[in-house]
Design a protein. Sequence first.
Length: 68
Amino acid sequence: MAQENKISKNIKKLRQAKGLSQDRLSKAADVSYNSIIKLETGGITNPTIETLQKISKALGVSVDDLIK
């Protein structure tokens, strides 16, 4: 499985496990709503480490949890 597919699946899985909508995650992570959608659908295949750090912090997980 490609790394970007893992990231998109992990973000979606972790977001849903926390009971967050894409909109709430985007606000909590200070990342655009559009970016969250694109990340989850694989539209963004190479997110920046800064974006991953913001999302992991909002989800209460490590960056490793997003990329493993």
